[in-house]
Every structure is written in structure tokens, then in C-alpha cells.
Design a protein around this ligand. Structure first.
Ligand SMILES: N[C@@H](CCC(=O)N[C@@H](CS)C(=O)NCC(=O)O)C(=O)O
Length: 216
């Protein structure tokens, strides 16, 4: 049995969890698993990050995209990629733009936006410049018809659903302006996805985890 390790506030954990639920893959979950740079944890996840999965026979696999690609090949019954090679590549192109050029750039803001720390004005300026490029590229590729890559639900939707709200939230907090505001399709698109049972369940669990953290 596959075991997903991470926690419900992690956007990357939630991406994999949505994919598992959408695909109907049976899995166990350790949702109390926190990132760490301790040797013991690094033996389980080489970068000390979550999520990772533990597979039968003790094999472990980290990096959400590698995990999702594995799921796609190991459990092809309900695919989250189109069949056509170019259409598949277009889905991957979108995921890379969302994760590498939007989320990972916005992540540099999280220390101040979410964790009570502060970041320099220079960093804010460089993130603003880099994010502008990612937002433009995303706007060029995103289809919203009704899914992000076209008519079918794909892994790019699992990615967009967990990452786009963080881009909105962090830019609103740091710059007083949602950098995705020029794309009015984003809000109704996220709402539409949030009505699917798998997305709704992951979102509810994220909110509960957030409420529990706020209580602490
Ligand atoms: N590229 C990784 C990113 C995962 C990631 O950044 N996870 C965060 C939690 S959302 C984490 O473990 N952060 C701890 C750290 O960076 O040390 C993936 O796709 O799985």
C-alpha cells in the first residue's frame, strides 16, 4: 500500500493527495510528517522536504512531480494526462510555469507574508520582476476552457489549485495587490475545481489544519 507523507498545509503534499483521490488510488497517509534537515529524515526524503511516498518493499520517492508521474504510469486507469504526446507536453509546460516561475518565486515572500519574518526591499523588487514574467507566461498558456489545459481535467489543475491561491495571497500581503488580478478567470476556475469531491476534501482538510495551527 502506498503511503503519502507530509502535512495538510503543504501545497505540494496537497497536489499529490488530490491526484491520488482523483485517480481513485488507494493510499495511506501520514499527515503529521514535517520537513527536517536531520539525518534520519534526510534518509527518507533527500532534500528534507515533503511530500514523499513510501511504497511496498520500503522504496521511497520524493518530489511531487516525480510522484505524480509515477502514479500516472503505475495507475493508468484514470489518467490525468491526455494521450497525445504534444498535449501531454503542454500540460507539463503549464505545471513547470506554475511551479518554477510562479510558486517558487512567490515562495521567497512567504517568510514575511506567512511566517512573521521580514524580507528586504531588494528581494521584494526582484520577486516582483520575476513574478511578472511568470504571470505573463501563465496568462499566455492557461486555457480555462474549463480546465487549465483545455477540456479535460489534468495534473496541471491539481497543481494550479494548490499554488495559485498562495500567489494571490502572498502578493496581496506584500505588495497590496494580487498579481493574478489581471486574470479574472482564475477565481471562478478555482471555485469550479473546488466543487469536485477530491479538491473539496483536500481544501477542507487544509482549512482544518490552518484553524488548528491558529489555535496553537
Ligand atoms: N519540489 C518539491 C517542493 C516541496 C516543498 O517545497 N515542500 C515544502 C512544504 S510545502 C517543504 O518541505 N519545505 C521545507 C523545506 O524547504 O526545507 C516538490 O515538488 O515536492
Amino acid at each position: 500500500m502506498l503511503r503519502l507523507c507530509g502535512f495538510h498545509l503543504s501545497n505540494y503534499h496537497n497536489k499529490v493527495r488530490i491526484a491520488l483521490l482523483e485517480k481513485g488510488v488507494a493510499f495511506e497517509e501520514d499527515a503529521a510528517c514535517r520537513p527536517s534537515q536531520q539525518d534520519e529524515f534526510l534518509a527518507r526524503s533527500p532534500m528534507g522536504k515533503v511530500p514523499f511516498v513510501e511504497l511496498d518493499g520500503g522504496v521511497r520517492l520524493a518530489e511531487s512531480q516525480a510522484i505524480c508521474e509515477y502514479l500516472e504510469e503505475a495507475y493508468p486507469q484514470k489518467p490525468l494526462y491526455p494521450r497525445d504526446p504534444l498535449a501531454r507536453a503542454k500540460v507539463r509546460e503549464l505545471i513547470i510555469v506554475i511551479e518554477l516561475h510562479l510558486e517558487l518565486v512567490a515562495r521567497r515572500l512567504y517568510r514575511q507574508a506567512f511566517f512573521g519574518g521580514s524580507i528586504s526591499d531588494e528581494l521584494k523588487r526582484s520577486v516582483e520582476k520575476d513574478l511578472a514574467k511568470g504571470v505573463r507566461a501563465f496568462g499566455q498558456l492557461a486555457k480555462f476552457s474549463p480546465y487549465i489545459a483545455g477540456a479535460e481535467l489534468t495534473l496541471a489543475d491539481c497543481s494550479a489549485f494548490v499554488h495559485l491561491p498562495l500567489v494571490t495571497l502572498s502578493t496581496r500581503i506584500i505588495y497590496g495587490r494580487d498579481f493574478l488580478e489581471g486574470m479574472p478567470q482564475v477565481k471562478p476556475y478555482l471555485k469550479m475545481l473546488g466543487e469536485r469531491p477530491a479538491f473539496a476534501r483536500v481544501n477542507e482538510d487544509r482549512k482544518s489544519a490552518q484553524a488548528a495551527l491558529a489555535k496553537k
